[in-house]
Design a protein around this ligand. Structure first.
Ligand code: GLU
Length: 393
């Protein structure tokens, strides 16, 4: 009944688990979700006001497929300030979230059999998006020891004549690791003079958990690398606008033109009201972000202290984003033999929802989102502790 292509992919595990936790809560169960990858902070008032004003002004019709010019300009200014890189409007496509930006991109650059190098742990939707575009995900495992970052050596080994692109995601979902300038130079040296696109998924770039850390984008290395790089970013995490679905793709203008054509045949423009909200978000006050990041830092510190107190858990200290990715493999036993079973056990026994590491291509781990209040995290940790103790008895 169904087309072959849809059989290639599972539903998004992050969204599925989050929906399950919500449904359990709606049914009266006291479930805490540490599965959701979305900030718990409310959308800033001035952003809401701008959207309400847009509706009242009658800004309710189709817009240009690739986004209103004012928003494109605001994105260009934002990127110039944040990345110190200059782009023109024809190099920018506004999409329905960062997700559509990535989806569009793979659809327009991949031919059947083209390979995309994806360092694991990876965000859950990269491999399915590549598969849906007829491409072949080439997973390159990274390790805790090298900070879950792809090394130039392992990257070089993974490159074949069919390699079309590589995805870099820094800060990373799910590990929180951040590539330094030196890391990127190493990767850039391998990619130099090669016909390989670089997809830089930067949706967490404003959420750095260590004040001394500086965020870097590979496109800054040199002109050649910039020409080969696509920037994917979104307003979802930075401005707490997850439900509004506004993200963007920046890069080679011919590819952007093709992606715009694809978008014209799929969703048309991103929501007009949300575009006006996004414009207010990018051009309005930015000070709230500092408080949000300070809250994320506190939560990360709490979680790391908590993990240290539990024998058997080892956790890489996240440097960015709002996820912790602890190694919980020492708890695997007959009752909870892998990360899926352990996550199910935690949901049933502790009533805490987390995402199994295997969803991110890494067995032995679970992802814990700390995009929820410190009180809730503390309560969840208490429950996890008791459930794990029970498991190891
Ligand atoms: N990116 C977030 C996460 O990883 C939101 C859900 C999704 O689209 O995957 O949880």
């Amino acid at each position: 009944m169904l087309a072959n292509r849809i059989k290639l992919i599972p539903p998004s595990p992050t969204l599925t688990i989050n929906a399950k936790a919500k449904a359990m809560r709606a049914a009266g169960e006291d479930v805490i979700s540490l599965a959701a990858g979305e900030p718990d902070f409310d959308t800033p008032e001035h952003v809401k006001e701008a959207a309400i004003k847009a509706i009242r002004e009658g800004f309710n019709k189709y817009t240009a497929v690739g986004g209103i010019p004012e928003l494109k300009e605001a994105i260009i200014s934002f990127v110039q300030k944040e990345y110190n890189l200059k782009y023109s409007q024809e190099e920018v496509l506004v999409c329905c979230g960062g997700k559509q930006a990535l989806y569009n991109l793979f659809q327009v650059i991949l031919n059947p059999g083209d390979e995309v190098i994806i360092p694991a742990p990876y965000w859950v939707s990269y491999p399915p998006m590549v598969l849906l575009a007829g491409g072949k995900p080439v997973i390159v495992q990274t390790s805790e020891e090298n900070g879950f970052k792809v090394t130039p050596e392992s990257l070089e080994k993974a490159i074949t004549p069919w390699t079309k692109a590589i995805i870099l995601n820094s800060p990373s979902n799910p590990t929180g690791s951040v590539y330094t300038k030196e890391d990127l130079e190493g990767i850039g040296a391998i990619l130099k003079d090669k016909n390989i696109w670089i997809v830089s998924d930067d949706v967490y770039h404003k959420i750095l958990l260590k004040p001394e850390l500086k965020w870097n984008c590979i496109a800054n290395l040199d002109e050649e690398i910039k020409r080969k790089t696509f920037i994917v970013n979104a307003l979802s995490k930075t401005y707490s606008l997850t439900g509004w679905r506004i993200g963007y793709l920046i890069g080679n203008k011919d590819v952007i033109k093709a992606a715009t054509k694809l978008q014209s045949q799929s969703t048309s423009n991103p929501n007009s009201i949300a575009q006006r909200g996004a414009l207010a978000a990018l051009t309005g006050p930015q000070d709230f972000l500092e408080q949000w990041v300070a809250a994320f830092r506190k939560r990360a510190t709490y979680l790391m202290d908590f993990f240290k107190k539990i024998p058997g858990i080892r956790c890489f200290e996240p440097e960015g984003a709002f996820y912790a990715f602890p190694n919980v493999s020492s708890f695997f036993n007959l009752k909870a033999s892998d990360s899926v079973k352990l996550s199910e056990y935690l949901l049933e026994e502790a009533k805490v929802a987390v995402v199994p590491g295997i969803a991110f291509g890494k067995e032995g781990f679970i992802r814990i989102s700390f995009a929820t209040s410190l009180e809730t995290i503390k309560k969840a940790c208490e429950r996890i502790k008791i459930a794990l103790e029970r498991l190891s008895r």
